[in-house]
Design a protein around this ligand. Structure first.
Ligand SMILES: C[S@@+](CC[C@H](N)C(=O)[O-])C[C@H]1O[C@@H](n2cnc3c(N)ncnc32)[C@H](O)[C@@H]1O
Length: 306
């Protein structure tokens, strides 16, 4: 297993995702002789995990079962131990596209934080690209290095423990793209410009507050970046629900008028609606937006060095 290459069977040392049910999962480090407790009972790594195929249904000691999933950056983002606020897959997907990341891209990032975005970048630039990520908090930098090693991607990433605003990214004229998720990105725009290739590249800065965005845009303009563009992405999730509606009682006249009733024999209605005249209801399946949705995460400011 590695986060950039699919492995068929679960091996000692892998990071696997234990999937218990809808929005209920957690990561586990597979180790000979270790057990993991779940609400369905114990999973014994030596007998229940090692050697089994990813995607297997594993029966726990109390008779319940879980699925064991191969890790991906998206699953890791949903399950990783938070050391900081992190970026989620909705923002990450637009960042990946707008920075034009692809296999072979050289990317600079700061801060590394919990490594949520880093894993996605690494997967995209593999097998020939590289991520240079800068984190000034020593423990976070060390923990990120340890995770990249455990996830089989250490050859694709260099973690540098320094202040990006003072010391930059530790590289110059090699990056195709730069990403910033720090409180004062405007102080790192000059370093971003030096890290980018002489022929140019793309930059993105993530900031929760509009005042940060304003200062960053001014700094980008000052350093000669073009195509400066700020946007925000909002995700609306839908659940599939069976809706049951009461048929209005319009009296005998309406009952005898078949043209006002629902005709379930019509091909266009088959499978979508179901009338229960005894209960006086009509049922149908529909996509229903969740009552609550994630609001603002941050503004994404993109620009080009040309
Ligand atoms: C919000 S977190 C980044 C989260 C990351 N994008 C993720 O998806 O997991 C911001 C990180 O930047 C680091 N940081 C803040 N200012 C910095 C600076 N000037 N140089 C380097 N790292 C910095 C913080 O220590 C923190 O870990």
């Amino acid at each position: 297993m590695s986060f950039v290459e699919y492995g068929d069977t679960i091996k000692d040392g892998d990071t696997a995702i234990v999937f218990l049910g809808h929005e209920s999962m957690f990561p586990v480090k597979v180790q000979h002789g270790t057990v993991t407790q779940t609400k369905y009972g114990v999973i014994r790594h030596s007998t229940d995990l090692i050697g089994k195929k990813y995607g297997s249904k594993v029966t726990c000691s109390k008779g319940g079962w879980v699925f064991i999933l191969h890790p991906t950056p998206e699953l890791w983002t949903m399950n990783l131990p938070h050391r900081t606020q992190i970026l989620y897959s909705t923002d990450i997907s637009i960042i990946t596209m707008m920075l034009e990341l692809k296999p072979g891209s050289i990317v600079c990032e700061s801060g590394t934080g919990s490594g949520s975005l880093s894993h996605a970048i690494i997967r995209t630039v593999a097998p020939t690209g590289h991520l240079y990520t800068v984190e000034f908090h020593q423990q976070r930098a060390e923990k990120a290095r340890e995770e990249f090693r455990e996830h089989g991607v250490e050859h694709l990433v260099t973690v540098t423990n320094q202040d990006v605003c003072k010391n930059g990214f530790g590289v110059s004229n090699i990056a195709d793209a730069v990403f910033l998720d720090i409180p004062s990105p405007w102080e790192a725009i000059g370093h971003a410009k030096s890290a980018l290739k002489a022929e140019g590249g793309r930059i993105c800065s993530f900031s929760p507050c509009i005042e940060q965005v304003q200062r960053t845009c001014l700094a980008m303009e000052e350093y000669g970046f073009t195509e400066i563009n700020t946007l925000e992405i909002l995700l609306r999730v839908y659940n599939v629900r069976t809706i049951s509606l009461q048929i209005p009682d319009l009296g005998r006249a309406a009952e005898s008028n078949s043209s006002t009733g629902f005709d379930s024999s019509s091909p266009s209605n088959q499978g979508s609606l179901c009338t229960n005249l005894q209960q006086g209801t009509v049922q149908f399946k529909s996509g229903v937006p969740l009552r609550e949705m994630v609001g603002h995460t941050g503004y994404l400011t993109f620009a080009t060095k040309s």
